[in-house]
Design a protein around this ligand. Sequence first.
Ligand SMILES: [Zn+2]
Length: 364
Amino acid sequence: MQNNAHLPYALQCSIISFLKRYKHSRWMQWQPNYPARIGITVGAECDFGKAMALCGVNNWLCQHADYCPRCSVRLRAKSAAREYRTSFELAPYWYAISPSFELNPKRAGLRFVTQKPDRRKGIPGKHRRLNPYKGCEAGVPLTSDAHLVDGEENPVIACFETVFKFASALVQCGMAGGVLAHREIAWHFRPHRLTPNGHLLLNTRVPFDFDLAVEMLFLFERLYLRQRHGRCLYPDLHLEQIVNQKEITRWIFYMLKPMDYVTGYLQSVQAGVDLAALNLEVDDRIFQGGSKILSVRSPRRFGNLRCNAAGYIGSGSITAWRNEQAARRKAERERLGLPMPKPPTTSRLGRIIDREADRIEAEV
Ligand SMILES: [Zn+2]
């Protein structure tokens, strides 16, 4: 990222601004691969690379929560963690479930955690597995190719829809009281491939045992096969109990993290692929193709985790909370006689870049 002389001036300024803030922010340093993420986004010359690098300047957010660590925390994770910060006591059992899709039939199936690992006490993790697809043909690798898209549906969107239908079905059949569900993609490059998956936070009145988890896997499989494009991969389910409020919060932050395209990119770089071609592929696949796939609305809430449902166990709707926060900030600004901030617009982003550029020039 330091070597950015070939980039347009505004982009160079946004990178310098990012690096300066990164140097002084422990939170930014704590995010995995944050500079690499910005470098990849800017290097791929995607439309919002500049916005993502400048995200956080003057509390301005770029709004790309699927890509940007700051926006995923500020717009998704923090508010959800706040909404369910006292929910643990209000439902008997909580689970973290990851419904995913696997190319390799040998590996796909159920992974049911029977004992959580505890590093401090030296307790190893234990789990039971079921791999019912052993011996089947290998799945079809998915890509973000435009030719797969026919209007609304394609094999990737079919996977996401299955995750949300699964969450909704668990609530409808009474196995879950409520579910918070989110979709995610793991990206691989050169050759390009993507793995769709989901994460659920679920509460229930009856504890799940292995047999019930097997039932869940087959329900998930049925819902996937029912999709028009749902025969490409094998369903895979990871199930683990959550035992306290701290774990709920940790799981919410994990499940709502921005999607990972950095690991795949760095692996490709290590494998020695052509960098220009890689950057082109990243732009084409993630930032152009990805926007179509990610149009599937997420996260979604079901059952008692939905603020307008009967028996709601959260602490209030996020929209109401955001409005309350905005009103509080507005009152505070009025009290101090500060000017009101304008809503974020493209021209405002332009001004931020200009100002950062001026500041950098003044310092040089
Ligand atoms: Zn952002």
